[in-house]
Design a protein around this ligand. Structure first.
Ligand code: PMP
Length: 300
C-alpha cells in the first residue's frame, strides 16, 4: 500500500511538513509500549462537490477522551484540529480520504507520565466502499481485552495488537475478517468495527461494556430510529448467530458492510432484502450530504 509520496504533507505539532521529512523519537513510550491514542476518520466528496469530514467533533472528542483515559497530555481544541485536518486534505488534494490523527509520547523509557504529547495528522486517499461486497467472517479464538485491564472506550494504540492477531488469524484461515468474543464468551465486535445481526425483523447489537461503541454504531442507531427499525442492545450468544437472518459490520473505515457467512453458517437472507441494506443506503446518503466547512484556515 502507498500511503504517501515525496510530496505528501502531514500535520505535525502545529505545522504542515513533508511526510518524508517528519521524524519521531525512537525513544518514544508509544513506539515501545503502544502507549498512545489515535483516531480513524473519513472525509467524503459531498453532493455539493465540496470535501466534508464526517463527524469531526465526535472523532476529536473521542481522541481527547482517549488521551485523558491514558493520562496523555492533550492541549488541543477540536476547532484547531478540525481546521488542521482540512488543511492536510487541501494540501494533498484529497476528497475521499481516510484521516489518521495520532497522539504519541516523547522519549520516555519509564512508565512515568509525560509532560507533553505530540500530534500528527496523516491522510491518504480512500474511496467509499459501501457496496455489494459481502464478508465471510471467522469467530476468533482471540478474545477482546478484559475491560478491567484496559479502557475499552479509548482508541489506544496497544489495543490493536489484539485486533491484528485476530484479523491475521482469520485471513490465514481463508476468511475476510474476524469476529471476536468478549471474556464472557458473548459476541463483541470485529477488530475495527461494530457488529449487528438481524433476527425476525429486528436488529441486535452488543451493548456497551466490552466493546468500543463506535461513532458509526451511534450513527446507525440514529438512522434506525429515523427508519423505524427496532434495535436491541444486549449480549449476543454465539449460538444465536446460527439463527440470524442477516448481519453486518459498521465502522468509519468499513462503513456499513454486509456479512454473508460466519464460520460454516451462511446467513439465509439476501443482503439486498436485509435491514442492514436499508441502513447501508441511508448511511451512504448521509456521509455525502454534510455541510460545507466555512472556517478560513491558516496553518503554517
Ligand atoms: N470497534 C473497534 C475495536 C474499532 O477499532 C473501531 C474503529 N474505530 C470501531 C469499533 C468502530 O468505531 P467507529 O465507528 O467510531 O469508527
Amino acid at each position: 500500500a502507498t500511503y504517501y509520496n515525496d510530496n505528501t504533507f502531514i500535520y505535525h505539532n502545529g505545522n504542515l511538513v513533508k511526510a518524508k521529512d517528519a521524524r519521531i523519537d525512537l525513544y518514544s513510550q508509544t513506539m515501545h509500549y503502544g502507549y498512545g491514542v489515535f483516531e480513524g476518520i473519513r472525509s467524503y466528496k459531498t453532493i455539493h462537490g465540496t470535501t466534508a469530514i464526517f463527524k469531526p467533533e465526535e472523532h476529536y472528542d473521542r481522541l481527547r477522551k482517549s488521551a485523558q483515559a491514558l493520562n496523555l497530555p492533550y492541549n488541543w481544541s477540536n476547532e484547531e484540529l478540525i481546521d488542521a485536518t482540512y488543511a492536510v486534505l487541501r494540501r494533498n488534494d484529497l476528497q475521499d480520504a481516510y484521516i489518521r490523527p495520532l497522539i504519541y509520547g516523547p522519549a520516555n523509557m519509564s512508565f512515568n507520565p509525560n509532560e507533553e504529547s505530540n500530534i500528527t495528522i496523516q491522510a491518504w486517499a480512500m474511496q467509499p466502499f459501501l457496496g455489494d461486497k459481502l464478508l465471510r467472517v471467522h469467530i476468533s479464538e482471540f478474545q477482546r481485552p478484559n475491560p478491567k485491564a484496559f479502557h475499552m472506550q479509548a482508541k489506544a494504540c496497544g489495543h490493536y495488537v489484539n485486533s491484528i492477531l485476530a484479523s491475521q488469524d482469520a485471513k490465514a484461515k481463508g476468511y475476510d475478517e474476524a469476529l471476536l468474543k468478549d471474556l464472557n464468551g458473548n459476541i463483541a465486535e470485529g477488530p475495527g468495527a461494530n457488529f449487528f445481526m438481524e433476527k425476525n425483523g429486528q436488529l441486535i447489537t452488543p451493548a456497551a461494556g466490552h466493546i468500543l461503541t463506535g461513532i458509526t454504531r451511534a450513527t446507525v442507531l440514529q438512522l434506525c430510529a429515523a427508519l423505524n427499525i427496532d434495535v436491541e442492545e444486549r449480549p449476543i450468544h454465539p449460538d444465536e448467530l446460527l439463527t440470524a437472518d442477516s448481519a453486518f459490520f459498521c465502522g468509519t473505515a468499513a462503513e456499513v458492510i454486509g456479512i454473508q457467512q460466519i464460520d460454516n453458517t451462511t446467513l439465509p437472507m439476501p443482503w439486498a432484502e436485509s435491514l442492514g441494506a436499508q441502513v447501508q443506503q441511508a448511511y451512504k446518503k448521509l456521509v455525502v450530504a454534510q455541510p460545507i466547512h466555512t472556517k478560513a484556515t491558516v496553518v503554517a
